[in-house]
Design a protein around this ligand. Structure first.
Ligand code: PLP
Length: 452
């Protein structure tokens, strides 16, 4: 009975798994924000490299991981799978709890899995600089880390709330050679427009995306890079689930429940898609796929499944997804990476089709789960990852009631070493459980783009 189930470097997957190949029907296509017609590769080529556009729409089930990308991934991959014996004991549950730990990457989360691939393809196509947004700073630091391996410049628009609350991430970005600005900024028209209307805004991912897209679209040598939501991002993250599948096979088990936190959906896609594919093909026993989100930004549980913009300014293509409305600005909860109004079109579709389900929790119960996890398994998890911990604990407690010995797998998407101020607020009893912001959401949903 092992605590850590490890793979050799040679056992790292050589291909990503593309779930588009196994969906029962095609995804509704992204629409051009002006014409409302399906976007063409040429439209996207203004801000993305061709290879990522091909991957975004590819019908191929398996897509090879280039050796140059694998070389960088091997700095920390394959990542360990843990059996959470001590947590099981504390919960007195008959369930077996496993977690994949993505906090071992240099930036400390799953995000470099796609950042490295994106930086590589942009470099290959002659791009010199990447622009992006970041919420809590995990994506910005991941892209800074990745661009530095492929000699690209990197400009990061960081949501102002996190820029002030979490200064260490921006220093990491500097260490890896990137420049970082608080968003909204005065560097872009989108940023200036928001600042005029709301000078004291704490910012949001949607606003920061508008700034980064505008930066990329207005500079020829610059592309845009997105850390979640899109199909190619989910694709690159499947290395997590593919490894986990091999690791669980060494334990001779197959999961009954798979849990992940959802901001844009990429880490949950990463751990779950290789298993969701088996479920779609009817090849394996049914597996319960559970997305966990914050009650303050309840995209999958309270949003609508509709076409909406990915950003506040309406510069991005319209995506068919669960959304709270593109101008919804969520309360400033500490899980900054989960403060997004939309969700991956792939995850949205699978939730809509009933292949996956979603639950939501308030911050205090999430931090209580994180505290128990720290005191049993030792790892101080990121506030985002703590949502998955909470989901796993609840499933394990259900097993205690029912006596079922389920195999629970969750994705521990990152460590919380730079989120200790959030833990401090929790210990001091200062964390606010925001009510479901029904009025704000009703208002923003009234602004969904018409005619899509
Ligand atoms: C960004 C982030 C998330 C949420 O983003 P997804 O795209 O939904 O995965 C979750 N956990 C950590 C540690 C993150 O950095």
């Amino acid at each position: 009975m092992k605590t850590k189930i490890l793979l050799e470097e040679e056992e790292m997957p050589r291909q990503w798994y593309n779930i588009l190949a196994d969906l029962p029907g095609p995804l509704d296509p992204p629409l051009h924000p002006a014409t409302r017609k399906p976007v063409t590769p040429d439209d996207l080529h203004v801000i993305f490299p061709m290879e990522l556009i091909r991957q975004e729409m590819s019908p191929m089930r398996n897509i090879p991981i280039p050796e140059e990308v694998a070389e960088v991934l091997r700095l920390w991959r394959p990542s360990p799978l843990y059996r959470a014996f001590r947590l099981e004991q504390a919960l007195k549950t008959p369930a077996k709890i496993y977690f994949k730990y993505e906090g071992v990457s240099p930036p400390g989360s799953h995000k470099p899995n796609t950042a490295v691939a994106q930086a590589y393809y942009n470099m290959k196509e002659g791009i010199e600089r990447l622009a992006t947004e970041t919420g809590a700073g995990q994506w910005g630091s991941a892209l800074a880390f990745a661009t530095c391996h492929f000699d690209l410049d990197c400009t990061i628009y960081m949501v102002r709330a996190s820029y002030t609350q979490k200064p260490y991430r921006k220093i990491m970005m500097q260490a890896w050679g990137a420049e970082c600005f608080p968003s909204p900024s005065t560097r872009t028209n989108a940023g200036k427009a928001i600042l005029e209307k709301h000078p004291d805004t704490s910012g949001s991912l949607g606003i920061a995306i508008s700034e980064a897209v505008e930066d990329a679209a207005t500079h020829k040598n610059t592309n845009y890079s997105l850390g979640s939501v899109l199909n190619h991002v989910c694709l690159h993250q499947t290395v997590i689930g593919l490894e986990a599948k091999e690791q669980l096979a060494k334990e001779e088990v197959y999961p009954d429940v798979i849990i992940g936190s959802v901001g844009g959906g990429s880490n949950f896609a990463g751990i779950s898609f290789p298993f969701a594919g088996e479920k779609l093909k009817g090849k394996q026993k049914d597996v319960d796929l559970v997305a966990v989100e914050p009650s303050a930004c309840p995209t999958l549980t309270k949003g609508v499944y509709a076409y909406d913009y990915g950003d506040v300014a309406g510069l991005t293509p319209l995506l068919k997804m669960y959304t709270l409305g593109h101008d919804f600005i969520p309360p400033a909860i500490h899980a900054g990476g989960l403060r997004y109004h939309g969700a991956s079109p792939l995850i949205s579709r699978l939730v809509h089709d009933g292949v996956m389900r979603a639950v939501s929790y308030h911050q205090n119960e999430v931090f209580e789960a994180a505290q128990l996890f720290a005191r049993t398994e030792g790892i101080i998890v990121a506030p985002e990852s703590a949502h998955a911990v909470k989901g796993a604990i609840d499933e394990a407690l259900k097993c205690r009631e029912s006596g079922e010995e389920k195999v629970i797998l969750f994705n521990n998407s990152g460590h919380g070493d730079f989120d200790l101020s959030a833990y401090e607020s929790f210990f001091q009893g200062k964390l606010e459980d925001y009510e479901y912001p029904a009025d704000l959401i009703r208002e923003s949903l009234a602004h969904l783009p018409a005619g899509a």
